[in-house]
Design a protein around this ligand. Structure first.
Ligand code: ADP
Ligand code: ADP
Length: 221
């Protein structure tokens, strides 16, 4: 499903050069739930952003499904990302002055979907994460776990084939973290969604199919 070949990423500023990813090749199967671990600064977020087409590698190729993404230009990349990928972040990234339902509808605004269908799909996504009773709330009126569930609803509303999650339980206590993990595990099991998750938590990583460990930009396991 996702094929990375000899990926390198160098960050250059006028004074320093950082080799953030140092030759990683990785094949992630359709329906796999993969976690990425490693010490701070080892390149986890960079790798996830490269897989998520948010950041361009300095070298190497990326194939997602049967599409070679290397060399896709901005507009095509944005469309591909919007249709195929869903993103979840540690700090939720919700828009605080939009109600929950409107937040969840956002990814559909770029698609050819009627207002009515958009509402319906967003309501269904919220039902999936158990938040049907919070559609008219604002994010600031919700707990951290509930906010992350809104973010998951937003990530899945467009029915992406792949979900990329950067420390999705990082700001949550273990009970809420486990709830979020259960939702992700169900999405993976029931809908066959491929999930790639960065985590610091061995316990959460242990619930996934496979663990990749990074050190200094290289894969060590
Ligand atoms: P899927 O998308 O379900 O993984 P594919 O038919 O796309 O199945 O790929 C089958 C195998 O071919 C992959 O496991 C991968 O190792 C290999 N492969 C083919 N082309 C590439 C490529 N450009 N980069 C990395 N691996 C590749
Ligand atoms: P992790 O997610 O594992 O903490 P990152 O992927 O964020 O690691 O960072 C990997 C390395 O790349 C670090 O050394 C970091 O300082 C460097 N880095 C990350 N982003 C940038 C950037 N925009 N400019 C320069 N260096 C960066």
């Amino acid at each position: 499903m996702i094929h990375l070949k000899n990926i390198e990423k160098v960050y250059r500023t006028s004074t320093v050069e950082t080799l953030a990813i140092n030759g990683i090749s990785l094949d992630i199967a359709k329906g796999e739930f993969l976690s990425i671990m490693g010490p701070s600064g080892c390149g986890k977020s960079t790798l996830l952003n490269i897989i998520g087409l948010l950041d361009e590698p300095s070298k190497g190729s990326i194939r997602i499904g049967d599409q070679d993404i290397t060399g896709f230009k901005d507009q095509r990349l944005a469309k591909f990302r919007n249709e195929k990928l869903g993103f979840i972040f540690q700090s939720y990234h919700l828009i605080n002055d939009l109600q929950v339902l409107d937040n969840v509808e956002l990814p559909l605004l770029y698609r050819n979907v009627s207002d009515k269908e958009r509402r319906q799909l967003a309501a269904e996504a919220l039902e999936k994460v158990g938040l049907s009773n919070r559609m008219k709330h604002f994010p600031t009126q919700l707990s951290g776990g509930q906010r992350q569930r809104v973010a998951i609803a937003r990530a899945i509303v467009g029915r992406p084939e792949i979900i990329l999650a950067d420390e999705p339980t990082g700001n949550l206590d273990s009970a809420m973290g486990n709830e979020i993990m259960d939702i992700l595990i169900n999405l993976n099991k029931n809908d066959g969604t491929t999930i790639v998750m960065v985590t610091h938590d061995e316990h959460m990583a242990g619930k996934t199919h496979r663990l990749v460990r990074l050190f200094d930009g290289s894969q060590v396991q």
